[in-house]
Write a protein that binds this ligand. Structure first.
Ligand SMILES: NC(=O)c1ccc[n+]([C@@H]2O[C@H](COP(=O)([O-])OP(=O)(O)OC[C@H]3O[C@@H](n4cnc5c(N)ncnc54)[C@H](O)[C@@H]3O)[C@@H](O)[C@H]2O)c1
Length: 365
């Protein structure tokens, strides 16, 4: 099999992992890595024994497929140049900064008849893959995605940085359209929102509460689903899926607590999980991490010409829903003013929560 000539554009925090994984694939030749920061391009290229480039245009005509991992504001210009040249592209999430840009990439990929994949990586989390195989029709979903502030992706806020993962998962799991969106959020460091809670009401009646924060000390990424068929809980960090369903006995006879004597009632709380509600814990059992699975899927789509699991249209739908959350955030009146996310506030007349602590700062170099 001829090796696919690939390159990664933008080899910062995440892109260097795209490049490392691609360099390890036996059916891929990593022909180069591109970064507008020449030192970064050189450092990553030297580690992976490939060629550094500063300009992505230099690779047009020399590659069969690319992975675009620049900051979001550059996704459109970079991916459009390759798609116009008939080169398939995997574009990190969020697909673009605007819906018009996303529409343009989708049209370019369709014209060139090449795959456009979007990097919604949680779709490749084995716990989510296990869940979507099962017949579950969610009625209520709770999604939480919390992490510490990294100083990266500050060109966007917590909705486009984090919450968009869960918006994409919800659209895949529940299916659109979404009838109503309301949201509240705050910008702790100023600029874009750092924490957000949104309530989505789907046209099919499902309700989802989605929370994202990029200023939380301890990371947490989980999804909980309540449905007529049972309950599903995913921990995306440990890649574990917990399923709960009614037992055959419960389905046929119910619990009939009113007919129980005192001793049976006393046993009930120990018997609920097991006898009446059955629990299955599934651990990820796969040799690949999610990023490798996502990149392998893209390589397969490029070779076969098939539509990626997360297509340009899926990326666009997640972005459209994210924009509705951002709009709802602006409409939410905070202390009477619908002025959107709020940055650091001057002390209110009520004063501090506690007396400010003295912090020792490192000496300036
Ligand atoms: N799927 C996920 O879970 C996930 C996680 C983190 C980041 N991301 C996405 O990946 C993208 C990159 O994020 P990051 O955290 O790696 O950012 P980063 O800032 O660490 O890296 C981006 C790199 O791109 C380079 N660059 C900027 N403009 C360029 C251009 N025009 N051409 C070539 N190189 C250019 C920068 O010099 C930098 O090295 C963002 O879109 C982000 O939303 C996705």
């Amino acid at each position: 099999m001829t090796r696919l000539r690939m390159a990664v554009i933008g080899v910062g925090h995440l892109g260097q992992h795209h490049a490392r994984i691609l360099s390890q694939q036996p059916d891929v030749e990593l022909v180069g890595v591109v970064d507008s920061n020449a030192d970064q391009a050189r450092t990553v290229a030297a580690k992976l024994n490939t060629t550094p480039y500063e300009q992505f245009e230099d690779l047009i005509g020399r590659v069969d497929a690319v992975s675009v991992v620049t900051p979001t504001v550059h996704h459109h210009s970079v991916a459009a140049a390759f798609l116009k040249a008939g080169v398939p592209a995997l574009v990190e999430k969020p697909v673009c900064r605007t819906l018009a840009e996303a529409d343009d990439l989708i049209a370019l990929a369709a014209q060139a008849k090449v795959p456009l994949q979007v990097g919604h990586i949680e779709r490749f989390n084995p716990a989510f893959e296990e869940l979507v195989k099962r017949p579950i029709r969610p009625k209520f979903v709770e999604a939480e995605r919390h992490g510490p502030f990294t100083g990266r992706s500050i060109d966007i806020g917590a909705v486009l940085d984090l919450m968009i993962h869960d918006l994409d998962l919800l659209l895949a799991l529940v299916g659109g359209p979404v009838a109503r969106v309301s949201a509240v959020g705050a910008a702790v460091f100023g600029g874009h929102e750092d924490m957000v809670n949104a309530r989505l009401e789907f046209a099919n009646g499902c309700v989802a509460h989605v929370t994202a924060s990029r200023i939380t000390r301890h990371p947490k990424r989980r999804l909980r689903v309540w449905a007529g068929e049972g309950y599903a809980g995913i921990d995306f960090v440990t890649r574990k899926l917990t399923l709960v369903q009614q037992s055959q006995e419960l389905r046929e006879y119910g619990i009939r607590a009113e007919q129980m004597d005192a001793a049976s009632k006393a046993r009930l709380k120990d018997e609920v999980f097991g006898r009446y509600l059955q629990v299955l814990n599934l651990d990820a059992d796969r040799k690949f991490d999610q990023l490798t699975a996502e990149l392998r899927h893209f390589i397969d789509c490029v070779r076969t010409g098939s539509t990626p699991r997360v297509s340009g249209t899926d990326g666009r739908e997640a972005l459209a829903l994210a924009e509705r959350v951002l709009e709802a955030l602006k409409q939410h009146a905070w202390e009477g003013s619908p002025a959107g996310p709020h940055g650091p506030q001057p002390p209110t007349p009520a004063g501090w929560l506690f007396p400010p602590l003295a912090i020792a700062r490192p000496e300036a170099a």
